[in-house]
Design a protein around this ligand. Structure first.
Ligand code: NAP
Length: 281
């Protein structure tokens, strides 16, 4: 079997066009959704991410503010900037790009964001809402994965989903979203024994580890759906995921590529969250 590709670029184009139409409708009511992106320091990967987020925002007709600060910015100064953005009526979403410099407590900064503007979905109020199944901002990467499953009409009810990775921004919220759709969920991590025995039982596998070839063809049940969140570099320096794409695509029914899979969907869901924050007004 050769798996069908779930094309994150194509799905993003479609969803961003829908966002653009809803932005126009809001503008007709004199509301322009606004996203503030705050970058501290000069991490090259973060610089690329924030540029892409701001560009996506502008492409959909939203307002965006990019604040860049030197790595020497103090925690108190950053908290003061977050407070100012909390009070800025033109801003509906605030994103503080992670990682932050070591002298800044990232969790403290995230908790300072008004939960009503927490479009990254990392605030404890957003995490609690997801955990208890009440409406709130969902973290963009797992939210994008759910949209990818929806795009192929996949019904998770009663299916076994295995999530590899348990970070607060990907693995754990991913597991909760799958659970909410009535999948039976297994969460794996660095202490998991015999990962292969678990993944071989899975109808859906989400790999969110950050290591190449965590998932190989011999670990996948024929016909499983495989979503690859990982972002790594191969020996030639080319972007690749956690999944051995060439091998696994011969076993899976659907697979996401890297690049062009979950990555663009993450930014798309940030646009959706920012739009929906403004629509609540
Ligand atoms: P993270 O915080 O480093 O978490 C990695 C998780 O993988 C941890 O829970 C860790 O277990 C687990 N793990 C490590 N080695 C393992 C192994 N051999 N077997 C099973 N589990 C293992 O990373 P993250 O922030 O969740 O990100 C994961 C990957 O996704 C990274 O490559 C990141 O760049 C990428 N990412 C992509 C996007 C996107 O938009 N495409 C967005 C976010 C992240 P322990 O908890 O036991 O340490």
């Amino acid at each position: 079997m050769t798996a069908q590709l779930i094309d994150g670029n194509a799905l993003s184009r479609q969803l961003r066009a829908e966002v653009g139409a809803r932005v126009s409708a809001l503008k007709a009511r004199d509301i322009t959704p606004g996203l503030a992106v705050v970058l501290v320091g000069d991490n090259p990967a973060s610089q690329v991410y924030v540029r892409n987020k701001v560009k996506a925002c502008n492409d959909t007709g939203m307002h965006s503010v990019l604040e860049t600060w030197p790595a020497s910015l103090s925690e108190a100064e950053l908290l003061a900037r977050v407070q100012a953005l909390n009070q800025d009526a033109s801003i509906h979403g605030i994103l503080v790009q992670l990682p932050l410099p070591a002298h800044i407590d990232a969790q403290k900064v995230i908790e300072a964001i008004d939960p009503g503007k927490d479009v990254d979905g990392f605030h404890i109020a957003s995490a609690g809402a997801l955990m208890t199944g009440i409406p709130g901002f969902w973290p963009c990467t797992p939210y994008g994965c759910m949209k990818m499953l929806e795009s192929i009409g996949y019904n998770l009810k009663g299916k076994h989903a295995v999530v590899i990775g348990r970070s607060n921004i990907v693995g754990k919220p991913m597991a909760l979203m799958l659970l909410q759709q009535n999948a039976t969920v297994t969460i794996c991590h660095s202490g998991t024994q015999n990962l292969k025995a678990l993944t071989l039982q899975a109808d859906v596998i989400v790999a969110a580890v950050g290591k190449r070839n965590v998932l190989t063809a011999d670990m996948v049940k024929p016909g499983a759906v495989v979503l690859d969140v990982g972002m790594n570099r191969d020996d030639a320096g080319k972007l690749c995921g956690d999944v051995d794409f060439e091998g696994v695509k011969e076993v899976a029914s659907y697979i996401t590529p890297v690049p062009g899979g979950v990555g663009p969907m993450t930014i798309t869901m940030l646009m959706v969250n920012t739009l929906e924050s403004a629509e609540k007004l």
